[in-house]
Design a protein around this ligand. Structure first.
Ligand code: BG6
Length: 467
């Protein structure tokens, strides 16, 4: 390995897959934000094999920034275009990387961002190393990191050949979301909440990530992925870890990732009885989807954490396409008192903490208060600790900015990715039955049986109607 840990700021940003969907949807808007808010002035070099010119890439950047609400008549955008370069070529061809080396000019600490399918990671990292572009360089890789535990380990070995772990930044964009950071902050900045987050006070935890749209134009990708690989193995397990990890200890850089890794290593591996998979009616008609596909577009699962803090507390995660709303929300339900002193019949979720991640952001505390009058009867209320219409900084801007600085706290680590795959590895693909569900519903009825008396499922409200 020619690549030892890089210190200080990266002085060039290279992104592979420059003409692709992710670049259009996330990377150009993030770059625009970085130039505007962080004063990014380094060369930005797009690489792809599309037969494009630099002018075509600039046009694409314009369309992307416009579509995402940025002003392309601004000085910031003119500045961004002046930093943009483009290398067109095959990733198997050494000439592509010689050209990249040339375009890097005087840059001594480039950052290479692989916004390309993982099957190409080995080819590209190898070519980066051979051409000298990997010297003193950082590497950012996109999810999905591998297809299962074994392929993820294989991928890590390939990357390890050319890049030191300290220079590798594995993206899980949920970690760049402000409200996910706010879960960590709320838990560990308030000494009165932290003592409640354990088996003595918590009855259950539910995490829901719902989308009211289908697979859209991503049929080919999605049909090889499915909901468990697409979002449970990564985004949802990160939220679970954020809600349940121990407080990071000490000031050291890795403290938070260490706490998360140790939690994820304690999550029990799922078995078939813990999982319900669903597929929405009409999924087979999506272009790129196999006519007999048994890939899930919905999954619900019951997790347990084998440590002292959480032993016996059921944790439910649910995600799906074409559900009634688009939201992500986590609810920590506290236990009811051992005896209902006032003889009321009270929903188990009355006392809770609710973290709404998107589209709007809320942290709220659910409790019961007495209704005015002579009877000892109460009602459920929610004390809103914070509510914002949406998170400010888009996650990709935050994450790319951090990677350029060499700050890896909000990226997953090799052992974390392995721990995540271990949890889902035995229930991937067709190990469990697949149930149909109608678009616009909350998924198959079997999920209701899964949650049983630990339920009911708490369906998040649509945008603007929460709490
Ligand atoms: C991606 C998944 O990682 O996350 C998509 O591949 C999903 O299927 C998306 O729609 C959700 O991200 P967000 O930020 O919109 O919740």
């Amino acid at each position: 390995m020619t690549n030892t840990k890089v210190e200080g700021k990266s002085d060039a940003l290279v992104f592979f897959g420059a003409t692709g969907d992710l670049a259009y949807k996330q990377i150009f808007p993030a770059l625009f934000g970085l130039v505007r808010d962080e004063g990014l002035t380094t060369p930005i070099i797009g690489v792809a094999k599309s037969g494009w010119t630099l002018d075509q890439l600039k046009q694409r950047a314009k369309e992307s920034v416009e579509a995402h609400g940025g002003n392309t008549k601004s000085e910031v955008f003119v500045q961004l275009l002046s930093q943009l370069r483009y290398v067109d070529g095959d990733y198997n061809d050494p000439a592509t990387f010689q050209e990249l080396r040339k375009q890097l000019g005087k840059a001594k600490k480039p950052l290479h961002y692989l916004a390309i399918p993982p099957v190409l990671f080995g080819t590209v990292t190898g070519q980066l190393a051979k051409s000298g572009c990997a010297d003193n360089a950082r590497l950012v890789v996109e999810k999905p990191f591998g297809h299962d535990r074994a392929t993820a380990a294989e991928l890590s070995r390939t990357i390890d050949e050319y890049f030191a772990e300290g220079n590798v930044f594995r993206i899980d964009h949920y970690l760049g979301k402000e409200p996910v950071q706010n879960i960590v902050y709320t838990r560990f900045a308030n000494p009165m909440f932290e003592p409640l987050f354990n088996r003595n006070y918590v009855r259950s935890i539910q995490i829901t990530m719902a989308e009211n749209f289908g697979v859209q134009d991503r049929g080919r990708f999605y049909d090889q992925t499915g909901a468990i690989r697409d979002v449970i193995q990564n985004h949802m397990l990160q939220v679970l870890a954020t809600l349940t990890m121990d407080p990071p200890t000490g000031q050291k850089h890795e403290a938070s990732r260490d706490a998360k890794a140790s939690l994820l290593k304690a999550v029990r591996a799922l078995t078939p009885k813990d999982v319900v998979r669903g597929q929405y009616e009409g999924y087979h008609k999506v272009p790129g989807v196999a006519p007999d596909s048994t890939v899930e577009t919905y999954a619900a699962a019951r997790f347990e954490i084998d440590n002292w803090r959480w032993a016996g507390v059921p944790i439910f995660i649910r995600t799906g396409k074409v559900l009634p709303v688009t939201t992500a929300e986590a609810i920590v339900e506290f236990k009811r008192p051992p005896r209902e002193t006032f003889g009321e019949i009270i929903a188990p979720s009355s006392a809770h903490m609710r973290f709404r991640i998107q589209p709007d952001v809320t942290v709220a505390l659910g409790a019961r208060v007495k209704v005015p009058g002579d009877r000892m009867v109460g009602e459920d209320i929610e004390l809103v600790l914070t509510r914002q219409p949406a998170a400010d900084m888009p996650p990709y801007q935050r994450l790319l900015g951090d990677a350029m600085e060499g700050n890896s706290e909000l990226f997953t680590r090799e052992d974390i990715v392995d721990a995540e795959w271990r949890i889902v590895n035995d229930i991937l693909d067709d190990v469990t039955p697949l149930y149909g569900y109608a678009p616009g519903t909350w998924g198959p009825d079997e999920a209701v049986e899964l949650i049983g008396t630990d339920g009911p499922w708490l369906n998040p409200a649509p945008a603007g109607k929460a709490g």
